[in-house]
Write a protein that binds this ligand. Structure first.
Ligand code: SAM
Length: 267
């Protein structure tokens, strides 16, 4: 995709969560305004880059776990600007027949996804608000690629903090209603648990300058999102603690102040 294509119709004066995340992951789809916001966030919370990279690493481990569990179809809600380690790349490396539908509200994320998925018929991207489950589920791309009579994995990774109040619970309930037995839901959610002072600075920075909602949730609130699922061990843990590939060397995984969890609908 050339420079002009993905910039078309995009407001370059307002920071976007998708592009700020892309910047922290080392991507190139961000503007000066996003990099400036990244700098502010880093001042308020020096670990922010580590948190975002740990979130992306968790996504990768969760996808590999799900493929190994036999899942061949993914609905990735709040999928972001495609960058290192996209869900279809990870899943199709292990299972070439894996199908992935991406959903994002951000036009840059959608434009860039469309370009890199153009030659991959097992994948698609929908520009939608994940809270509008009716639109997502009825969309022709969803209907073409996903079979809700078979187990599926729904991913809500790195996005729920952008939904206030009960909206995550409403969304989980809505998607769970169409998921077949044997399906999984993987999510991550920032928390204030373990580091209240810095988290306070973090949220107030967001409130001052960022167009993103930043809702932190407790461990119990995260667990309650999966009340209708059986939790995959080890349950709700900090990002690096979820199925680490190597023994953890960071003795304070709570430093990364984001929970990770995978739930299953028993078969
Ligand atoms: C931090 S990125 C996470 C990307 C990816 N899921 C990951 O964890 O690596 C969050 C993405 O969620 C998108 N997003 C936020 N609110 C959304 C909504 N209501 N519906 C769909 N996408 C949303 C943003 O545009 C952004 O691209």
């Amino acid at each position: 995709m050339n420079e002009r294509d993905w910039r078309q119709g995009v407001d370059e004066q307002r920071p976007s969560p998708a592009r700020v995340y892309d910047y922290f992951l080392g991507g190139s789809h961000n503007f000066a305004v996003d990099r400036a916001m990244a700098g502010q966030l880093q001042q308020a919370m020096p670990d922010i880059g580590d948190i975002m990279r740990a979130n992306r690493d968790y996504l990768g481990r969760a996808v590999r776990f799900l493929v190994n569990a036999g899942i061949r179809q993914f609905l990735d809600l709040g999928s972001g600007v495609p960058t290192v380690g996209n869900v279809h790349e990870l899943a199709q490396r292990e299972a070439p027949d894996a199908r992935v539908v991406y959903v994002d509200i951000d036009p840059v994320a959608v434009a860039h996804s469309a370009a890199i998925l153009a030659n991959n018929p097992e994948t698609g991207i929908i520009n939608a608000d994940l809270r509008d489950a009716d639109q997502v589920l009825a969309h022709e791309t969803t209907r073409e690629l996903l079979d809700f009579d078979q187990p599926i994995a729904v991913l809500l990774v790195g996005v729920l903090h952008q939904l206030p109040g009960d909206e995550p619970a409403d969304a989980v309930r809505r998607y769970r209603a169409v998921m077949a037995p044997g399906s999984y839901l993987a999510l991550s959610q920032p928390t204030q648990d373990g580091r209240p002072a810095e988290a306070d600075a973090f949220t107030s920075t967001h409130a001052r300058g960022y167009q993103e909602t930043m809702v932190l949730r407790t461990r119990d609130e995260v667990a309650s999102l999966l009340a209708d699922f059986s939790m995959v061990a080890p349950g709700v843990v900090f990002l690096p603690q979820w199925h680490p590939v190597e023994p953890l060397i960071d003795e304070t995984p709570g430093r990364l102040s984001t929970y990770a969890v995978v739930g299953k609908i028993p078969a």
